[in-house]
Design a protein around this ligand. Structure first.
Ligand code: AMP
Ligand code: MG
Length: 395
């Protein structure tokens, strides 16, 4: 049986970064940039005033100066400033030739077209051409995840169609004779399907597209027909029926669809019956139906896989430290590697971690508030309240 780390390595050997596409800036937030963006020009493109005031020559600041014109943002003064002259200037406006400083408007007295400076020499208040960056400099490197500052830099460089990794297309097939929709009233042995909503929300949060989603009974023939009608996809997710019970159809379904299985049971709790399969470049997972297993397996494998598909690189899980607030919710000793859903909250500058007291991996209401996973050391009874532990923050 694979360990979670072996499972992850197996997934990686079958995954590759998705192709690049050009998208408008409005669609580029949080996407991975594929080609570097260079500065088109020096920035600022000209010497510019850093203050509202007057542009002049330092060495003529003691005598009264004649105002010979105005330079404003977007409309430069065309002439040149000589000794005994100054130009009214505003922040961002080009500094006229001849001037070597800007004096703040608060430091002059003006009467008519004459200006007298009232302060001692100070800063020149000029933003020099190219002081932010030079033409040709890399503004945003390939591989960068585009956040608001990066998008603004692209806009400033005139890059309106950046090349970014295309969004992974996922489809989700939910299986279970017992399932009815959230808008239906379960009767008898029925329960509501909560995993469809869970997966849709997890995919949306991870920046993936849910191109299709369907719910079927545990009937292989029907499930296969529905699966074959799903839209084109990179990742197929099957919920439920991942184990080897009489009504567990995920594995035969994957095989009948032409997928090759790479693992179908992990030394993992919760989530042991996770199945991973591939068909060409398409990846498929059958997730054990329990909602807690769904959430844990998504955080451990699917969220990092989606990041890998976008970036083509793996980063080690950040080891965030937190102080254990309770141990009551933690499970009993188990031979499997356990990752326990927790609530992490920032206290006074550090995380406080509370394991969720889940009745079982079927406890979907108990999962409310989960935003972290605690890799539980064995035996878990060694953990003490107040102890510092490493955990995985799940965004
Ligand atoms: P399975 O993996 O199909 O054996 O299901 C394991 C448990 O998860 C069973 O108690 C199922 O009823 C439950 N379950 C399966 N699918 C869902 C779902 N979509 N929503 C909520 N619970 C589910
Ligand atoms: Mg089932």
């Amino acid at each position: 049986m694979f360990s979670p780390d072996q499972a992850w390595q197996t997934i990686l050997t079958h995954a590759q970064q998705l192709a690049a596409v050009n998208v408008p800036l409005s669609a580029a937030l949080s996407r991975t940039l594929r080609t570097p963006i260079y500065a088109e020009t020096d920035a600022p493109p000209f010497d510019a005033a850093a203050m509202d005031g007057y542009a002049l020559q330092q060495n003529s600041r003691s005598a009264p100066l004649r105002v010979i014109g105005t330079s404003q943002a977007g409309l430069a003064f065309a002439g040149s400033v000589g000794p005994g002259e100054c130009v009214r200037i505003f922040t961002g406006a080009p500094v006229p030739s001849g001037a070597d400083c800007v004096v703040k408007q608060e430091e002059v007295t003006r009467s008519g077209e004459s200006v007298q400076i009232t302060s001692a020499p100070g800063p020149h208040y000029i933003r020099r051409r190219g002081e932010n960056c030079r033409a040709g400099a890399v503004l945003v490197a390939a591989g960068t995840r585009l956040g608001p500052p990066e998008l603004a830099a692209l806009a400033g460089a005139g890059c309106t169609q950046p090349s970014v990794t295309r969004i992974p297309r996922c489809v989700h097939l939910v299986t279970g004779n017992e399932l009815v929709g959230p808008d239906q009233i379960p009767t008898g042995a029925q329960i509501r399907d909560s995993n469809s909503t869970l997966i849709a929300a997890l995919l949306a949060g991870a920046g993936a597209e849910l191109a299709g989603q369907a719910r079927v009974t545990d009937d292989l023939t029907t499930a296969r027909a529905v699966a074959e009608a799903l839209p084109v996809h990179d990742i197929l997710l099957i919920s439920g029926g991942a184990s080897v019970g009489d009504h567990d159809i995920a594995r035969p379904l994957l095989e009948s669809l032409g997928y090759t299985l790479h693992f179908h049971a992990l030394n993992l709790r919760p989530g042991k019956p996770l199945v991973f399969a591939t068909r060409g470049e398409q990846l498929a997972f059958a997730l054990p139906g329990n909602p807690v297993s769904h959430w844990v397996v998504f955080q451990l494998f699917l969220a990092p896989l989606l990041r890998y598909l976008a970036t083509g690189t793996t980063t080690p899980r950040p080891q965030i430290k937190g102080r254990l607030q309770a141990i009551a919710g933690l499970p009993s000793v188990d031979a499997r590697q356990t990752f326990w859903p927790c609530r992490a909250e920032l206290g006074d500058g550090h995380y406080e971690l509370t394991p969720l007291p889940l009745a079982s991996s079927g406890d979907s209401s108990g999962l409310v508030g989960a935003n972290a996973l605690l890799p539980v050391p064995t035996p878990p009874t060694n953990l003490q309240i107040g102890q510092s532990v490493s955990f995985i923050l799940c965004p």
